[in-house]
Design a protein around this ligand. Sequence first.
Ligand SMILES: Cc1cc2nc3c(=O)[nH]c(=O)nc-3n(C[C@H](O)[C@H](O)[C@H](O)COP(=O)(O)OP(=O)(O)OC[C@H]3O[C@@H](n4cnc5c(N)ncnc54)[C@H](O)[C@@H]3O)c2cc1C
Length: 449
Amino acid sequence: MPSDHDVVIVGSGPLGTSAGRRLAEHGLDVLIIEQGPAISDPPGSHTRNAARFHADPDAYLEVATAHLDFFDDSVPRDNLPGAAVTPARGGQGVIWTNLCPRGDALWDALSPDEWKAYYDDAETYLDVHAAPFEESTRQQRIKDKLGAALGPDGRAVETLPVAATFDGDGYLHFTAPYDILAASAAATERVRVIEAAVDTLVHEGSKVTGVVAGGRTIEAPEVIVAAGAIGTPQLLHRSGIRPKALGRWLSYHPILVAQLVLDPDLCAAPGEADREPRLQIPPSAAADWYSLVLRDVSPFQPEAPDDTVEPNRLVEIQGICPVDIAEENGIAFDADSRPTFHVPLSPADNARLEGARDDADRITATLGRYRAGCEPIWMPFGFAHMTGTTRMSASDDGTGVADYQGRVWGFDNLRLATNGLIPTRMAVNPTLTGTALAIAVADRLVTAA
Ligand SMILES: Cc1cc2nc3c(=O)[nH]c(=O)nc-3n(C[C@H](O)[C@H](O)[C@H](O)COP(=O)(O)OP(=O)(O)OC[C@H]3O[C@@H](n4cnc5c(N)ncnc54)[C@H](O)[C@@H]3O)c2cc1C
């Protein structure tokens, strides 16, 4: 029986959904197979848009982390105790915090003009905006004060783009895979999502012929695996597709976080409505990590005398530290394709972590002071922003799993759409870059057909 879809996509996260939307806009019928259930309504929408988080935004983080399935959170930090997946309709795109900088470490898979065009498209799909945050009093004043302090070191303080829009009541609506599809008439018509775990890819020679999911084989003229930076190499491994680079060259971001009480002169008056600020300090020669100053979500339990602080006085800072790339850093899969992680920090990584820690003190001294109980902590190592696990390479020389079109080396009709394709040490949050790549992979599929 002929299939009623042109392309099968494994995984309904932001990247699989973006590839699916693009293919639909090219007139193709797409079947997305997602292993997890819907955990939001409508399915694939952002959990953070629920009204209860308007009154208590910090309650969100606990709800989001409840949707993280950790592999083993008791292992030492070199083994990534924070490594986790979210088997749910929309993947981690229903719990992410939506910060969407453009990449700082691009490579030559796309020309500069193509990168720009695909970033533009990714920003449209994810509904990314920066300008609305400039209306925040804290935003303007922090930008001026911190910019004056860091500018002499060649560090810029800029507005941070976010995949979200303010609604009529002044609350942020966060973009999730549901929105990516719903914004496109073609995607609404041509993309179908079903719930089933893909067990293996059926392949012969250079062709994948189908996927085994939920105990049946589904015919697959073209396949894109968009199962996340862990799930994608895991599915290839389970399917017996095991190129040398699979799971290796892993990078990720140790993330330092703290909450500050701002000096009063940086804030709107107590009780006055003020948009939450979101600012970024891109990596530079003087500081090769990525810093954020924003009011987003706080993982802390504040202590006396700061249990209660006027909301306009609060911001968080984050220090996002890219980890050096080395072939031996990565995921090992056992005979049942269960992953374990080995990513020891290099001396340069440790120096970067120390630099980011000192930088947090400097930023804090410029803007105010740490809130009691909210002094800097490292988030569990490995919990977000994994890259490189199915990296792209210019040639089939053993350093990559996929070519510059996202096609797995040696296959005609098997492609990937995942942050795992990113082969460079990216300092900034990766989802916008991954989405740009996913859209490019979809275009290449169409032009190759
Ligand atoms: C708390 C948190 C906050 C974050 N904030 C940011 C941020 O501010 N900015 C940013 O850039 N990034 C952020 N991220 C990272 C961001 O969520 C990911 O980069 C993004 O979700 C990756 O999208 P994806 O589609 O590649 O993978 P995922 O979102 O992981 O989706 C993969 C999907 O594939 C499915 N799948 C896997 N294997 C199979 C299988 N065998 N069969 C069927 N389905 C399968 C999974 O169930 C999942 O739904 C954050 C992550 C977390 C956890």
